[in-house]
Design a protein around this ligand. Sequence first.
Ligand SMILES: [Zn+2]
Ligand SMILES: [Zn+2]
Length: 310
Amino acid sequence: MFSEQNHDERQKIKKNYLGIGLIIFVQILIIWGLYTTFIYNNLRELQNNLRNLAILFWIISEICYIRTQFSDPGEVQQKIVPLKLLHALKDLQLLQFYQNVCDKCNSWKPPRAHHCKRCNKCIYKMDHHCEWTNNCIGALNQKYFVLFLLYVFCYILAIFIIHIIGIYDYYVTNQQHMWNSLTNQNFGIFQVLLIIIFCTFFLFFVISMLWDQIQVIRDNQTVIESLQGKFGRQQSFFENMKQFMGDEKWYYQLIPTTPILKLNYAEIVYGESLVNMGTSYLEDIIYDEKNPKSVYFAEFMIDNYKKKVS
Ligand SMILES: [Zn+2]
Ligand SMILES: [Zn+2]
């Protein structure tokens, strides 16, 4: 038992080092990418403007990156099944979906929570554990993660275009002067070609991750739920966006401010068993505010929200 615990600890430390190593690697790449745009002696106006844009995207993505790493992803704070919820469910034959206790951390596990082995916590709407940010991605930090992907993509694209124009100028316009006419240093061309390869790889990598995120938000799922074939309530794309990016004006969803989120632990996740029972029936009970029974859920939601902000 003791050695098993020790082994677990060692594994955790090893994995933590992996996360920290990846963060340092990302930071070096990002700063080096910007540095390579200063290799050129002369930049076209377009390249100059792109570099200014890249600096702006860099600053915003850096804020998003730091907030993703250090924010609580949504640890379930309610450790036992709330009595209010049990009371509300008494007559509804839904109790089975709310009585799960996590066998790893022994606390109550609401339907949309998932235990993260790496963080050893149950995380509400856990999307995945992200090594690149050394943190879980869940209900409370998914906004920062999505924005990080968006802005870092714009950043890489700007750097990529600057260098494509630079290479074009090198080969076509200044062929007779060779590389020295464009660079201060001899190993400039090597760096530029290397950064173009990195940019190409990360453009594909980031856009595929961003696309995954857009898809799960569209379907009101987390990546884990999508693998399990489960999903949340189906509503419009913009309504689903609010659940992940905050229930506020659209422009707040584009900047890394703390989102206004009402964590509703009573929110159900639809799987085969629930679909077989009939989803419209369940939606009516849980989301129809005019239905007296759903009042319990609303109160429950507000209680948790208050606890979160106080
Ligand atoms: Zn757990
Ligand atoms: Zn985790």
